[in-house]
Design a protein around this ligand. Structure first.
Ligand code: 13P
Length: 341
């Protein structure tokens, strides 16, 4: 392992004014997204859609530091035969790969899940590296509800995240460590804070036990937000203040960068929250985005599977990427959104 090189990649993934595009929806998840816009999900339609994103020159060159791919995509070629990975590299962006294999029920913990995929990881990682991946992602899912999360669920998922991260680093791949506390449910913002605090503390403890090098990783956490069904909403300032306060209490300064997931927030909410956090500033890590839905909802809708909409969809993607790029610098303004609409 060359830690200096891992650190360089982690720093490049969180370059100021740029962030990560999470385009790693599994075949099942992308089908749901395509169903919503009336597009049949086939190998070709998935390829066409992702090619559209990776050929969005303004977004990719100016605002997207890296792209998380799904296994199918990392082996795919664009219509003209260029590997999709090459398109990403040509734009100056870094290819990455989702390596977890989704979630399974956790024994004796009704309603809770554990992320699978460790067994074959040592054999898969060198192949992804050879294919161009310089970072990876593993997502653990923690749900909040009546009597959950249990310590069993938090500890089991944190342990798997740490095992994955160590395996990535010995294979010269930067791990994105993603312990996602879901925003489904009716819990309030303080319950999200309390659970996320426990999850992050446990995750960093397990990373330490597995000897993971903190300067060669990127953290991908949820923001501190109320559950979707909670009637008491939180202001942008409250979300930003609580998220920054919690991260300061849990994330060592050796971690180069933190790239948030959007987790079901609207695109503008996700942008406004990131911007407000960067306005607070005075933190030891870069704070940026690693959004899936909050970057792709607009281009997906605009595209709707029609080739004549490709250019407009690319503009929609570039707009969202730019707004989030500005938010990563604390320079976004809501009237920039209105001008584009
Ligand atoms: P969302 O931004 O849509 O939550 O997706 C990010 C991600 O990669 C979740 O694992």
């Amino acid at each position: 392992m060359n830690l200096a090189d891992l650190n360089k990649i982690a720093i490049a993934m969180t370059e100021p004014g740029k962030g990560i595009l999470a385009a790693d929806e599994s075949t099942g998840t992308i089908k749901k997204r395509f169903d919503a816009i009336g597009v049949e999900s086939t190998e070709d339609s998935r390829r066409d859609y992702r090619e559209l994103l990776f050929r969005s020159t303004e977004a990719m060159e100016d605002y997207i530091s890296g792209v998380i791919l799904y296994d199918e995509t990392i082996w795919q070629k664009a219509k003209d035969g260029t590997p999709l990975v090459k398109l990403i590299e040509q734009a100056g962006s870094i290819p990455g790969i989702k390596v977890d294999e989704g979630t399974k029920p956790l024994p004796f913990c009704p309603g809770e899940l554990v992320t699978a995929g460790l067994d074959k990881l040592p054999e898969r990682l060198p192949k992804y590296y050879e294919q161009g991946a310089r970072f990876a992602k593993w997502r653990a899912v923690i749900d909040i509800g009546q009597g959950i999360p249990t310590y069993t669920c938090i500890a089991t998922n944190a342990h798997a995240l740490a095992r994955y991260a160590a395996l990535c680093q010995v294979n010269q791949i930067v791990p994105i460590v993603e312990p996602e506390v879901l925003m489904d449910g009716d819990h309030d913002v303080d319950r999200c804070y309390e659970v996320t605090e426990f999850v992050l503390k446990e995750t960093f403890q397990q990373l330490y036990y597995q000897r993971v090098k903190l300067d060669g990783m990127v953290l991908k956490p949820n923001m501190i937000v109320p559950g979707k069904k909670c009637k008491k909403r939180a202001s942008v300032e409250e979300v930003a203040e609580k998220t920054v306060r919690l991260l300061k209490a849990c994330v060592p300064a050796a971690v180069p960068g933190i790239a948030f997931l959007s987790g079901g927030q609207s695109d503008e909410e996700a942008t406004a929250h990131l911007d407000a956090m960067n306005r607070i500033g005075n933190v030891p890590w870069r704070l940026t985005f690693s959004y899936g839905r909050a970057l792709q909802a607009a281009p997906q809708k605009t595209w709707s599977g029609k080739s004549e909409n490709v250019a407009a969809a690319q503009r929609a993607f570039s707009h969202r990427a730019k707004m989030n790029g500005l938010a990563a610098l604390g320079e976004w303004k809501s009237d920039l959104e209105k001008k584009a609409a």
